[in-house]
Design a protein around this ligand. Sequence first.
Ligand code: HGY
Ligand code: MN
Ligand code: MN
Length: 417
Amino acid sequence: MITEMALDLKVNGDRLLSWLVDLAKIGARDDGACCRLALTDEDRAGRDWVAQRMRELGLQVQIDAIGNMFGVRAGRDRTLAPVMTGSHIDTVRSGGAYDGNLGVLGGLEVVATLNETNLSTARDVVVAVFTNEEGARFAPDMMGSLVYVGGMTLDEALLTNAIDGAVLGEELQRIGYAGDMPLGWYQPHAFVELHIEQGPVLDMEGIRIGAVHNLQGISWQEVVVTGQSNHAGTTPMRLRRDAGYAACAIATFVRDLAKDMGGDQVATVGKIDLKPNLINVIASKALLTVDLRNTDEALLKQAERLFSAFLAQLREEEGVDIQTRPLARFEPVQFDLTLAKRIEDNAKALGLSYRPMTSGAGHDAQMLARICPSAMIFVPSVDGISHNPAEHTKADDLVAGTNVLLHTLWQLSNQEA
Ligand code: HGY
Ligand code: MN
Ligand code: MN
């Protein structure tokens, strides 16, 4: 086995790109989106496909109690903590071809390249597929990696209800991915996640690689407004208790809140369900979600306080009942700067432009950062679009990011204890 990697070693871009195309076909919809909501039959099919690629690469496939999958390439010294990479393959309903998939398939492409060049590593190299990163069906997001690092109990996760009423543990059993590997089995030496930026920065600046230094805080809430259904024609405006109006007032408030606060504050009402949802009936009930994010924890807390004060005022003014339920709450995360610098150095050595980045999106790396040095490699998203069938990253950039991953994982997996 060879133990020195030539700097000019590159991954097989054609293989990586064909894997991305093939995986995107699983859960493909007529509108061009890729839909593999967590623990659905499409997710199972995607998992089966990835597990087959892992086996073809000679990896030992392990699955833990929350369904996280691990492809393990043995190193020379198995007593050393492994180096881990990976991401997720579950998607939002309007998913693209690269969100999460690139991190998993890029990791497998690194393994394939190491195999082909007969390169051995001191440490095990593990490619992880974390369960339910998106949180779109079962909140919170990054659930599989959160449970993995001990941030959520397995029981709590298994009892989580989906937006469609399913129970997570039952779905995990149904698709056959309730594994027996103990949670947190691998305490990685380091974790590196390759991911598309999902924002406009790299694309606008014409920069190839983002070395992610930090990631913003996330606050998700479910809001249930209860008013009174009534006739849209006969009910005087002053007597209305309109849950539909209240939901729209909330969406408008959070938008104005983000604009007034400025800086990194963002706010989204992404889901609104009205009951009875009919043209001539004043809505009796509204179920909506609020997503607030900021890179600064104190400012995120301020946004939450202002939002809560607004709800109290709305209750009074509209005469409705408003209940809130936290769905996810993660503070901003600082990644390992030594590791981020290594990513920058590798991009430079490969002749790629690079810059330090903040991640606007949540990622599994933010959870792994709780147990080991972690960082991320970003590649550009064309026009900054993601969570949308138009999500696109140029082939050269997909391959470039995977080459940075190759050299970064190689160096880390040959670091002695
Ligand atoms: O919501 C997020 O930031 C991620 O896509 N789960
Ligand atoms: Mn993702
Ligand atoms: Mn996503």
